[in-house]
Design a protein around this ligand. Structure first.
Ligand SMILES: Cc1cc2nc3c(=O)[nH]c(=O)nc-3n(C[C@H](O)[C@H](O)[C@H](O)COP(=O)(O)O)c2cc1C
Length: 269
């Protein structure tokens, strides 16, 4: 499967097939993959596959799951984006194996997860995901939840992608050139499906900005920066697959951005 097929196939899976368990081979394959992932910030993240029963884990929105994946790291600058980027690589890998996932930051018994990963004072465990084979039918709770956040909808292309500043839409040539790659960004998952990413093309750069919503920052931790890491992941996966060479830059281009927050830039080589 190519990246576009995987991104289109992925959705949050909240109802798992009780009768079909991940066997030892696939668990080992996932463990091997967890050893290969990295992020553009070079921040170390430790990954865990956790047995639900053994660790008394639960989520009120998830049904039929037997395992979770969780990651922990030091709470340092850019931890959110790094976590978003790296966890999304895992999510996309699992999707390609027909294994369901749901990013979960809130709806879980967090204390038990912290215990299971032996979380230290200076560490954070931002999100977890159940893993397993999707059930043939969604639970009623899952269908309601999807409706509640409009999970099947995304913002329009012109609300997300701009030329040189945030007042100018892309030209039709640039739209044509970038439509497939930007569609990968558009379809990314985000907390409460808020899609905070805004991208500006200027010269040889794609600059990423965060349109932050109220209520997503707690204890100087910005969940929507995790979304930004996910968007960055989809963007760079799309570029890689098309053989486009790029590098990262953190030099703020100082584009007049009103309330938007500068995150990172991609320099197209
Ligand atoms: C950082 C982050 C945190 C999330 N937290 C939760 C959560 O606590 N509970 C939940 O049910 N879904 C959670 N989600 C899933 C989103 O609601 C979901 O990705 C979004 O509605 C889009 O739906 P889709 O993933 O099916 O495309 C989270 C997603 C992200 C990216």
């Amino acid at each position: 499967m190519n990246i576009t097929e995987i991104v289109k196939l992925r959705r949050s899976v909240r109802t798992f097939a009780e009768e079909k368990t991940l066997d030892e081979n696939i668990i080992n394959e996932i463990k091997d993959f967890l050893n290969t992932v990295s992020n553009p910030y070079g921040i170390k993240i430790e990954w865990f596959i956790l047995d639900k029963k053994e660790n008394k884990l639960s989520s009120p929105v998830i049904v039929g799951e037997k395992y979770y994946i969780a990651g922990k790291m030091k709470k340092i600058e850019h931890a959110e984006e790094a976590f978003g980027y790296e966890f999304e690589d895992i999510v996309l890998f699992l999707t390609s194996k027909n294994i369901g996932t749901t990013w979960i930051a809130g709806t879980m018994n967090r204390d038990k997860f912290h215990e299971a990963v032996a979380l230290k004072e200076d560490e954070v465990m931002p999100c977890v995901s159940p893993i397993g084979y999707p059930a043939a039918k969604m639970s009623i709770r899952e269908s309601l939840m999807r409706k509640g956040v409009g999970a099947d909808k995304r913002l329009d292309f012109d609300d997300l992608f701009f030329l040189e500043n945030f007042d100018t839409p892309l030209t039709s040539e640039l739209k044509e050139k970038y439509k497939d790659i930007f569609e990968l960004v558009r379809l990314a998952p985000s907390a409460v499906n808020r899609q905070p990413w805004r991208l500006v093309i200027k010269d040889d750069y794609i600059h990423l900005y965060e349109s932050r919503n109220k209520g997503f920052i707690k204890d100087s931790w910005d969940i929507q920066k995790i979304d930004m890491g996910i968007a960055l992941n989809h963007l760079t996966n799309g570029l890689k697959e098309r053989g486009v060479k790029y590098s990262y830059s953190s030099i703020d281009p100082k584009i007049d951005s009103n309330e938007l927050i500068y995150i990172i830039s991609i320099k197209l080589e």
